[in-house]
Design a binder for this molecule. Structure first.
Ligand code: BG6
Length: 503
């Protein structure tokens, strides 16, 4: 498909545009999804010229090794407009440039507005797009919005009200970049295209589910943002609850964005809204202290730039969600995420129940062999694939069971060459396919769930810091599972401990 469209990027000089958007547009261009009939307007406050903007765009695609002619031709589609989002006159200039480029590149009035800047400006921008006549009657007008979408339910609701006054829901594409990741998209296929899993995907066969989003990086230079966010809002409200809904939803009647959303929203609605007592019992938070992993030493979160010395911001969350419906009643969905953990890794462990009786429990032996749980692991990143742990017989005399693992991982080459999340999401937005974006009903339910937790936490001063950088989080996260007789399946910290590289 070769789609005609004009992209207007608000925040065109920003980090996201440079790191993700321009390289993704280039990949689409290279593949022929964008060809002659596309143009990009980058806007921001700085007074750049088109020439300077194009040089920057070329710089951002250097790693993709375009030929000089290719880089030149691609960047010639980019135009820069110095723009103050609060100044109405600037939108008139934007309209003139929009109309000129529409004609020059024959864009059929198809327009994508990408808001890659601070959310407090979203409302003003969309109002002006309407009042200054930039939206078209013909072609399409689509709005792509980056997170954070609000900072709690009320602010998100207000933001949504402002946006929906101008754009209908079907034209709003709220980005959650995890939904563009290959293995997140694969969850639906694993579930709905394999009878062995589909038939067992419920509380009769599944014991618990564990979702880990661990990061080895600290807060880096984002202290200013992170201090007001914390891990709960930064990762759980969006990415993690999206994954929970994909794992928990019912089979959609068809694989259309509408049917999938309907089921995801039903799943989110069924997640229990916790009382204060339930939050204390089911959620733990942490903040990293100094630490040492192998030969690398880390400073505490409170010493990071733009972080308060007595910061109460959590850099780690672990928790147990309960889903009160027929399929999931009684199955804990454990989640954990944090900064400065042992390794960067996103994975899901589906832990199946044991067989009803262990017939390998031999009376005449002192120690009876333990049966391992069957575990389906979905590896989201950095490696992509699945594994299934089964019990097999130990070679030799007797019938001692031992765990064996069927393991499939995509090759590094395939992973490397698969489309980047932003590339896929941009193409989806261009095609008008909302499957991999967050619908307002999903966002609203996620905020409700997270607000309950945050409200309780705000009433109690946490005892921070409480985990050493380089570890898998505070002790309370392990206790949370232990009290239900469970353990975290993924323990990369043990590998380091066994080798004396971590205390
Ligand atoms: C972002 C968070 O949404 O996701 C960051 O704001 C986090 O704090 C990032 O580091 C993780 O994304 P990825 O794709 O690197 O796993």
């Amino acid at each position: 498909m070769n789609q005609s469209a004009l992209f207007t990027i608000f925040g065109g000089t920003g980090d996201l545009a440079k790191r993700k958007l321009y390289p993704s547009l280039f990949r689409l261009y290279r593949k022929g999804n964008l060809k002659d009939h596309f143009a990009v307007i980058g806007t921001a406050r700085r007074p750049w010229s088109d020439e300077h903007y194009r040089e920057i765009v070329q710089e951002t695609i250097k790693d993709l090794h375009p030929s000089p002619a290719e880089a030149e031709e691609f960047s010639s589609h980019f135009y820069y407009l110095s723009h103050n989002v609060n100044d109405t006159n600037h939108y008139d200039e934007l309209r003139e440039l929009t109309e000129r480029l529409d004609e020059q590149y024959q864009l059929a009035n198809n327009r994508v507005y990408y808001l890659a800047m601070a959310p407090q400006f979203f409302g003003t921008i969309v109002q002006h797009l309407q009042s200054q006549g930039i939206l078209t009657e013909e072609g399409f007008n689509r709005l792509v919005i980056e997170k954070p979408f609000g900072f709690d339910y009320d602010s998100a609701n207000e933001l949504n009200r402002q946006i929906r006054a101008v754009f209908p829901e079907k034209d709003i594409f709220r980005i959650d970049h995890y939904l563009g990741k290959e293995m997140i998209q694969n969850i639906a296929v694993v579930r709905f295209a394999n009878n062995i899993f589909e038939s067992m995907w419920n509380n009769r066969y599944i014991d618990n589910i564990q979702i880990t989003f661990s990061e080895s990086l600290g807060v880096e230079d984002r202290g200013g943002y992170y201090e007001n966010s914390g891990a709960l809002k930064d990762m759980v409200q969006n990415h993690i609850l999206q994954v929970v809904s994909l794992l928990a939803m019912e089979v959609p009647v068809s694989f259309s964005d509408e049917s999938i959303r309907l089921e995801k929203v039903k799943a989110l609605k069924a997640i229990r809204r916790y009382t204060t007592e339930e939050v204390t019992e089911n959620f733990v938070r942490g903040q990293y202290d100094a630490g040492k992993l192998d030969t690398t030493e880390f400073i505490p979160y409170r010493k990071e730039p733009n972080v308060a010395e007595d910061s109460a911001t959590e850099t780690f969350v672990a928790g147990k969600f309960l889903i009160d419906n027929f399929r999931w009643s009684g199955v804990p969905f454990y989640i954990r995420t944090g900064k400065r953990m042992t390794e960067k890794g996103t994975r899901i462990n589906i832990v199946f129940k044991q067989v009803p009786v262990n017939v390998f429990h031999f009376d005449n032996e002192d120690v009876s062999p333990e049966l391992s749980h069957n575990v389906l692991t979905i590896y989201i990143q950095p490696t992509e694939g699945f594994s299934l742990t089964l019990n097999g017989k130990q070679i030799g005399q007797g019938f001692n069971p031992e765990p064996v693992k069927l393991d499939f991982r995509q090759s590094a080459e395939v992973t490397e060459n698969s489309p980047e999340a932003y590339e896929k999401l941009l193409l989806d937005a261009l095609r008008g396919d909302g499957t991999n974006f967050s619908h307002w009903d999903e966002v609203a339910n996620s905020w409700e769930i997270v607000d309950c937790i945050k409200k309780t936490w705000d009433q109690i001063t946490p005892d921070f810091p409480n985990y050493a950088a380089g570890t898998m989080g505070p002790k309370a996260s392990f206790d949370l599972l232990n009290k239900n007789g469970h353990d975290w399946i993924w323990t990369p910290d043990n590998w380091y401990r066994e080798r004396g590289k971590l205390d």
